[in-house]
Design a protein around this ligand. Structure first.
Ligand SMILES: [Fe+2]
Length: 324
């Protein structure tokens, strides 16, 4: 615990990756967006722009997506293989409680990441509002978990250390045929590698009973999650956007799909009435990173890759390629 705390104290500001841009609520002035035509274009330049935006900001809108499940699934498969889960491969759902999960209700959902109960939580989530009729509400909430973590670290280092070191047990048990828990030692809310924050894992609805705290950690840990949630739900952090199949604004010109990096950006929604039909899919983090790496080789190669391209021997890569 002491060693881990010292590592965190020495670690650089969150996150270390220079290309990442942390954001708060002001992102509403210019949210990262590509058009559906760009994302689907055969030359893949728009796909590179799209996934680079996800890499920088942890999310990206795709405007002008036809409001059909077919078009949305085709868009999702541009990233890579879809990840099949207990919710299916490509979901198309309403608030009918078809699954024992809060997503299938009309309730407000606080900012959370999905599948915290998996050993490897889903990487990207793409969702698209197909229809909302006969009611109001259902605004979409996005929060940059790395931004909030950076503020927590700055203001409340003790709380940051606790959320970075205390493992949090999680589960999914909404249906008789499913009982998911991570197979490895549970992960803390803020997961680090070599002192650098790499993943936020937070869903209070999927949290199991906390049995692993030492007696003197109980009150500080609950105080830490209170501080975390206070920052997470502050007006400075929350980006609210009312997506609509018929949305007409200068920034989001029409039906809009959303992709979030589920290891960084938390999502939620306000309560709603009426019929709201959503569709979407998950991809694994590895599939997304592979696609982005291949597109980076083509459109923005690093200096070593560019300099050694002439000596490429296997699949266009030389032995000096940084990944080999
Ligand atoms: Fe969710």
């Amino acid at each position: 615990m002491v060693v881990a705390a010292l590592q965190l104290l020495r670690s650089p500001p969150v996150p270390a990756a220079k290309h990442r841009i942390l954001w708060g609520s002001k992102i509403l002035q210019d949210p990262p967006t590509v058009t559906h035509a760009e994302a689907m274009a055969e030359d893949d330049r728009g796909l590179f722009k799209w996934l680079s935006n996800v890499d920088k900001f942890g999310f990206c809108f795709i405007s002008g997506v036809p409001a059909t499940p077919e078009a949305t699934e085709e868009l999702s498969r541009r990233i890579g293989f879809l990840r099949e889960t207990q919710y299916g491969t490509f979901w198309d759902f309403t608030s009918d409680l078809a699954k024992g999960d809060t997503a299938y209700t009309t309730l407000a959902l606080g900012a959370h990441t999905d599948t915290t109960y998996f050993t490897d939580p889903c990487g990207l989530q793409l969702f698209h509002l197909l229809e909302h009729t006969g009611g109001t509400g259902g605004a979409t909430l996005l929060v940059d978990g790395f931004y909030v973590a950076s503020i927590l670290k700055e203001l409340h280092l003790d709380a940051y250390e606790l959320l970075s070191t205390v493992p949090v047990p999680t589960h999914a048990a909404g249906e008789p045929e499913a009982l998911y828990t991570p197979s490895t030692r549970q992960t803390p809310v803020l997961k680090h590698e070599d002192g650098v924050l790499v993943q936020v894992r937070w869903n209070n609805d999927d949290r199991s009973v906390i049995r692993n705290l030492k007696p003197d950690q109980v009150e500080p840990w609950y105080e830490a999650i209170r501080l975390w949630y206070k920052l997470l739900s502050s007006p400075d952090s929350e980006y609210w956007v009312q997506l609509s199949p018929r949305l007409l604004t200068p920034i989001l010109p029409s039906s809009c799909g959303t992709v979030v990096d589920n290891h960084r950006v938390l999502h939620g929604r306000s309560a709603f009435t009426g019929k709201r039909r959503m569709c979407g899919a998950y991809t694994g983090m590895d599939e997304y990173r592979s696609k982005l790496a291949v597109l980076s080789e083509r459109f923005a190669p690093d200096p070593v890759t560019a300099d050694t391209a002439a000596r490429a021997s296997v699949n266009g890569r030389s032995v000096w390629h940084p990944a080999l």
